[in-house]
Design a protein around this ligand. Structure first.
Ligand SMILES: [Cu+2]
Length: 169
């Protein structure tokens, strides 16, 4: 049926769109799983676009970067430009309660317990800050700096492990 529409109404700029819409409507429910077990709020938040995302393996030894320029670095300095939407995602590296919170931005993730569980915190970068685990006794080893950087500033890396890199700030 959709093919008939395309062939007999080729001059209308809308016919193609209409055919595509029909196709999507017909094929949509079949392909996309609609039985997402997560609550709507989490699923919706998950789909929010962010400008910058950092991913950590979280253990009592600290937040260890998993991807990008923070890979392998424990409690690295995170950076963002003013106004950017930032996400910090943590993956639990052990069976212990952890979370991640921003002291000044005033946001905190949910707490996770199981190894391999994941959660995140989203915020708009407004000022320098500190990220940390709110579980009592954890902040000592699980915290790091978050810094706003400008156009002229090279992204800061970690405090210790990349001290050899020449980052001009
Ligand atoms: Cu913790």
């Amino acid at each position: 049926m959709a093919e008939t529409i395309r062939i007999h109404a080729p001059k209308s700029p809308y016919s193609g769109v209409f055919a595509i819409c029909c196709f999507l409507m017909l094929s949509g429910p079949g392909c996309s799983p609609s039985d997402d077990p997560r609550p709507d709020t989490v699923a919706a938040a998950d789909r929010v676009e962010v400008d910058r995302e950092y991913v950590f393996d979280a253990t009592m030894a600290g937040y260890r970067g998993i991807e990008g320029e923070i890979e392998g670095i424990v409690n690295p300095v995170l950076t963002a430009r003013l106004g950017e939407r930032v996400r910090i995602t943590i993956i639990n590296g052990e069976f212990m309660v952890h979370d991640v919170a921003m002291e000044r931005h005033g946001v905190a993730s949910e707490q996770i317990l199981e190894e391999g569980a994941t959660t995140f915190v989203d915020f708009v970068a407004r000022h320098d800050d500190t990220y940390f685990c709110t579980v009592p006794g954890h902040r000592f080893s699980m915290s790091g700096d978050f810094r706003i950087v400008g156009e002229e500033r090279v992204r800061a890396f970690s405090l210790g492990t990349t001290a050899g890199l020449s980052t001009s700030i």
